[in-house]
Ligand binder design. Structure first.
Ligand code: ADP
Ligand code: MG
Length: 403
């Protein structure tokens, strides 16, 4: 496949990694589950996505010091959020030893890093065990820089954060883009800037405030924007429609009103649901009712788009040259309310156009329906993909060397 989109940063392919120690920032923020002997990795998609970069570094004779955050540890080190189970999974996948560092930085970690021979791997502890990580503390960045000669960033999912491991350290070591980060930026930039038309953007999920920047941008540039998920209730409230007990983000109502106004003069078609599936409660065993309209009666909550809406959205998706989908159409975790998301996922999978999916829950839905390998690009970044798509620059990318 020829390379899409533009990318103006230096690539790991051109980095002098032979014989060097490389600090590789990866996004190994993976879900864990309880195993017989402590936590294990429940889904290794993000780990697999970074393996080509790690393998490239090893093949070229570099040693890799891997660093990632994992979850949100509150006050310093939390054994439940250690990177040890992640290191074990990386070792399994690569068939190579991955040593586990006792901390993120410090003299002991430096000694471990210095001992690395070409091709060897060391995993640092959870970067958020250091309070300086999210503060982008220069002292932490300096301590990280002492561990390596070269920096490679493959953590696209964290590239919208200016943290010590994603941004600070990139100013202290020569910084190169990993293969995954580069591909993510290329694919998403192509959709944003040079889509094959018509461009259809399908947005769902819980909150308008998460996605307002993307809606705003694509009202200018897309041919159609399809709205689903709980987000649609902010739009309905802005129009004075009854929403019953549906999840409504109050803050989103004014934003939705503004979007509705702009849509009137925009060339982009803004589509909202015309029917819904409702339940009494957010529960798979609740009483279920199809509503032939969008008014939700008192005592009910809208939990999915209805079959007519799903069919209409599927038709638009099928006719698009490019489809971007972010956010489930309903509470797909509950089987009675999964049909709308399943229909859209199937339409995206079957679409003849170029298809891109972003967002953790949308990716999870695709995987659950067995359709993950049927889309052209499945982004590993939720917040980062949204920020790139709305036109913001990503600090983790900006800090790398120019090509
Ligand atoms: P993504 O991770 O793909 O960006 P979001 O995190 O924005 O998606 O939203 C996903 C969540 O939205 C899911 O947990 C889903 O249950 C919820 N959701 C979608 N539609 C509804 C609805 N009508 N009512 C309540 N929750 C909903
Ligand atoms: Mg989510």
């Amino acid at each position: 496949m020829s390379e899409r989109g533009t990318f103006d940063k230096a690539s790991v392919r051109d980095a002098p990694v032979g014989g060097e120690r490389v600090l590789a920032r990866v996004d190994f923020n993976v879900p864990l589950s309880d195993g017989d002997s402590g936590p294990t990795v429940a889904d290794d998609t993000r780990i697999r996505a970074a393996l080509p970069t790690i393998e490239l570094i090893r093949d070229r004779g570099g040693a890799a010091v891997l660093v990632s955050h994992l979850g949100r540890p509150k006050d310093g080190p939390d054994p439940a959020l250690s990177m040890a189970p992640v290191a074990a999974r990386v070792a399994d996948l690569l068939g190579a030893e991955v040593r586990m560092a006792p901390a993120v930085v410090g003299p002991e970690v430096e000694a471990e890093a210095e001992r690395l021979d070409p091709g060897e791997l060391l995993m640092l502890e959870n970067s958020r065990f250091e309070p300086g990580e999210t503060r982008n503390d220069p002292e932490l960045a300096t301590a990280l820089a002492r561990l390596a000669d070269v920096y490679v960033d493959d953590a696209f999912g964290a590239a919208h954060r200016a943290h010590a491991t994603t941004e600070g350290v990139a100013h202290l070591l020569p910084g190169y883009a990993g293969l995954l980060l580069e591909r993510e930026v290329r694919e998403l930039t192509a959709v944003r800037d040079v889509p094959v038309r018509p461009l259809c953007v399908a947005l769902g999920g819980a909150k308008v405030t998460d996605k307002i920047g993307v809606i705003d941008r694509f009202l200018e540039t897309a041919d159609s924007v399809l709205i689903g998920g709980a987000m649609c209730f902010s739009f309905f409230r802005a129009r004075g429609v009854e929403t019953g007990q549906s999840l409504v983000e109050e803050e989103g109502i004014a934003l939705a009103e503004h979007v509705l106004e702009r849509a009137e003069t925009s060339d982009c078609e803004l589509l909202l649901p015309t029917d819904l599936v409702a339940g009494r409660e957010f529960d798979a065993a609740t009483e279920v009712r199809e509503l032939d309209g969008i008014a939700v009666p008192d005592g009910w909550m809208g939990l999915d788009i209805g079959p007519r809406t799903a069919a209409e959205y599927s038709k638009v998706i099928a006719g698009a040259g490019t489809v971007l989908w972010n956010g489930p159409m309903g509470a797909f975790e509950l089987e009675p309310f999964a049909a709308g998301t399943r229909a859209v996922a199937e339409a995206v999978a079957a679409a003849p156009g170029f298809t891109v999916v972003g967002g953790g829950d949308s990716a999870a839905a695709l995987a659950e329906f067995g359709l993950a390998d049927r889309v052209d690009w499945l982004s590993t970044g939720g917040g980062a993909s949204l920020e790139l798509l709305e036109g913001k620059s990503l600090p983790g990318v900006e800090a790398l060397l120019d090509a």
